[in-house]
Design a protein. Structure first.
Length: 197
């Protein structure tokens, strides 16, 4: 993969506090005991609520994008989210992605996502066509998994039950940089926008 220093791979996200990362790490350890060879776990330090994936953006455009994100955050007051519950896309019997659910002040979260979508449209970023389903990706199932293997992963999720709830006060959103390395992705925050009504 050629590395272009003039572009950065980026996305907009809500970062999680350390206690939530720690809780997700414990959940992952519990699920990992089953040793499913087809499950690729996400590094728990990298788990976040994605608001919009931007892909490669010109380095010189970062400042303008940051201003647009700041503008989009201004009309939203800080709000609370609750993290709990395990699930899978497209469903629990044929999992491709294992996720942890998000509840709470969803109207503010949806509005924030829509504001960001609108603010970035002038830069040529297409608006999301699919409905926004906020979630935390815990793992992905590798392509080669058989339907029996997928079913057994689904059964593990049903039996595991993630019943602890974590509350997050959302006060900022981050423009993140993603650097892909052989050891996995490294995420660094490029800009932090504060929510304010």
């Amino acid at each position: 993969m050629s590395h272009n220093p003039e572009q950065i791979r980026s996305f907009i996200a809500i970062e999680l506090p350390q206690n939530v990362q720690h809780g997700l790490g414990q959940l992952r350890s519990e699920l990992e005991r089953a040793e499913h060879p087809f499950v690729k776990w996400v590094n728990t330090e990298n788990i976040h609520v994605t608001l919009k994936f931007l892909g490669n953006i010109p380095f010189k455009q970062v400042e303008e994008i940051a201003k647009a994100i700041e503008e989009a955050s201004k009309r939203i007051p800080p709000f609370h989210l609750e993290i709990s519950g395990l699930g899978a896309f497209p469903n629990i019997n044929r999992p491709r992605v294992i996720w942890v659910g998000i509840r709470g002040e969803m109207n503010n979260l949806q509005k924030l996502q829509q504001n960001i979508d609108s603010a970035l449209a002038p830069f040529g970023f297409a608006k999301e066509e699919r409905p926004f389903i906020p979630h935390l990706t815990l793992a992905r199932i590798k392509e080669g998994a058989s339907s029996a293997e997928r079913k057994s992963i689904g059964e593990l999720l049903i039996s595991a039950r993630f019943e602890i709830s974590y509350y997050i006060g959302v006060e900022t959103i981050s423009l993140m940089r993603s650097q892909l390395t052989p050891e996995g992705a490294i995420y660094t925050c490029q800009f932090l926008a504060r929510l304010k009504a």
